[in-house]
Every structure is written in structure tokens, then in C-alpha cells.
Design a binder for this molecule. Structure first.
Ligand code: CA
Ligand code: CA
Length: 275
């Protein structure tokens, strides 16, 4: 088929007919595996039009969307986000994504299969912005990205504005330990613990030899996490994996090692499994 494109419509010509392509619908599915909540918004922005406002569709959860009344003589950038604060704006911490084959169009007829996977944006350290906001709501995006004062003064600077901190030594905030529990922020994120609560940390709560060959381990744990238990016969030596994929059951997980026979010694390590 050959086509003639005008400002607002496409006329297709084949050997027998002339067909007019009217406004069309953009449809697909939004997917998001993360934890942030809120309404989903799919958006089609005309990138070569006359400044028309973006077309939008909203939906309460992941799934199918349809954006209606797209103009056939336009190219569209199709994107989506999850509006966690309900302000109608795509903020930097919110789940977002765009159609991998953008732009769309011009097309003849409806466009289906315009699927978009949303991800949680994050700082270079690998910590998503939503996590920073949850625990350090006053931080700027630049601070989340690592431009942050020396952690030795972390308590004092949590309330500083970005401009106040220019004379301080700047470090990667993911390595700071503001609650001084021995685990840095990256470790707290991976462990699912609270970086501002020294009582919330992945740490062995107790190791008890109950009987010969029977040792009980307890550690502080978090939801949505899985743990591995390792054992070694010398400190810092090669460890044996005793058990993996232990589901977190906060506040404390329990594991019984039934093979700790003899005098040992035995050294244990509990590790949170990364995704
Ligand atoms: Ca928003
Ligand atoms: Ca900490």
C-alpha cells in the first residue's frame, strides 16, 4: 500500500481502494515487579505535532492499557510511570519506562502490543531512589547519588541543605552508617533493615550449643528476604554452606545446625541473599 500523509490524517491507496485512516488507539500492557504503590499512567506524547497535550490513560495496577484518539499523522513517544505521590507528574524516584521501540507511527489503524516494563530508578550505588526517600526524605537526588558529607558527621548533616555541605568532605552515602550499627546503608538496603535504627541490623542474636552436635543460631531478620547459613572450622577460613533460601520471619530467624559434632570450633556466618 502507498500512502499520502497530511497534517492530521493518512490516506492509503492500494490498487483498488482509497482508505482513510482516522484517529487510532495505542494499546499494550504495563509490567512492574517492584514494591512502590500508586496509579499507573501511560502517556503518548506527540513529537512532531503542533504542541497538542499528551494523551494519557490511567489504571489502578499493572496490566492492559488503552490510549485513545491518537492522530494518525503523528509520531508518538509512548512511556509510562507509577504515580506514587499522586501528583500527576513523573518524579525521579517513581517506577518508569518507555516503549523500547519508540517512536510509534505514523500508523494506519490501531497499534497493539505497545508493552512497557517499568523499573525503579536508582543511584549509581545500586540503591533505588524510593529507598532513600523512605528513610532519608530530605535528601536531594545529588546526595542520593553519592555527593554527601563525611559520614563521621552524618547525624549533624542529615538536616543540611545541599548548599550547606559544600565545604565538607564528600563521600558515597551508600557507604555511610548513620545509625552506627556497623552496617552501611548499602548493607541495610540489601538486608531490608532500617538504616536509622541501630536495633535493626542483620546480626547474629545468639549462638547456643544445645547438645553435642546441635547448635541453635538466631539472627534479626526482615520480610521479603532470604538467608544462607555458612559454617567454617577456622575463623575466616573456607566455609561450608549449610542451608540456603531460608525465608525471613522477622523479627528473629532460627536455624538448628544438627551436624556440629565434636569439639569444633565452629564459626558461623549468616548471609542475606541478593536478588
Ligand atoms: Ca508523581
Ligand atoms: Ca547502619
Amino acid at each position: 500500500m502507498r500512502g499520502i500523509t497530511t497534517n492530521n490524517a493518512i490516506y492509503g491507496i492500494d490498487d483498488f481502494t482509497i482508505a482513510y485512516a482516522g484517529n487510532f488507539t495505542i494499546a499494550g500492557a504495563l509490567a512492574y515487579p517492584g514494591k512502590q504503590c500508586g496509579e499507573f499512567r501511560a502517556i503518548a506524547e506527540s513529537i512532531d505535532g503542533n504542541g497538542e497535550p499528551p494523551l494519557e490513560a490511567t489504571l489502578p495496577g499493572p496490566g492492559a492499557y488503552s490510549i485513545h484518539n491518537a492522530l494518525p499523522a503523528r509520531k508518538y513517544r509512548v512511556s509510562a510511570y507509577r504515580d506514587t505521590d499522586g501528583d500527576g507528574v513523573c518524579d525521579f524516584w517513581e517506577p518508569q519506562g518507555e516503549w523500547a521501540q519508540n517512536p510509534l507511527g505514523p500508523v494506519m489503524g490501531d497499534a497493539a502490543g505497545i508493552d512497557i516494563d517499568l523499573i525503579d530508578p536508582g543511584s549509581p550505588s545500586g540503591i533505588p531512589y524510593w529507598w532513600w526517600r523512605q528513610y532519608f526524605g530530605s535528601l536531594t537526588r545529588a546526595q542520593m547519588d553519592g555527593r554527601y558529607p563525611d559520614p563521621a558527621s552524618a547525624d549533624a548533616v542529615l538536616s543540611l541543605s545541599d548548599g550547606d555541605s559544600s565545604s565538607l568532605i564528600m563521600v558515597d552515602l551508600s557507604q555511610a552508617d548513620p545509625d552506627r550499627d556497623g552496617m552501611n546503608n548499602f548493607g541495610e538496603y540489601v538486608s531490608g533493615t532500617d538504616p536509622l535504627d541501630a536495633q535493626s541490623v542483620l546480626i547474629l542474636k545468639g549462638i547456643d550449643r544445645i547438645a553435642d552436635g546441635l547448635v541453635r543460631l538466631e539472627w534479626y531478620s526482615a520480610t521479603d528476604r532470604f538467608y544462607s547459613v555458612w559454617r567454617s572450622s577456622e575463623f575466616g577460613g573456607v566455609s561450608d554452606l549449610l542451608k540456603t533460601s531460608i525465608t525471613g520471619s522477622p523479627p528473629v530467624n532460627l536455624y538448628l545446625d544438627t551436624s556440629a559434632t565434636g569439639f569444633g570450633p565452629y564459626f558461623y556466618r549468616v548471609q542475606v541473599e541478593t536478588e
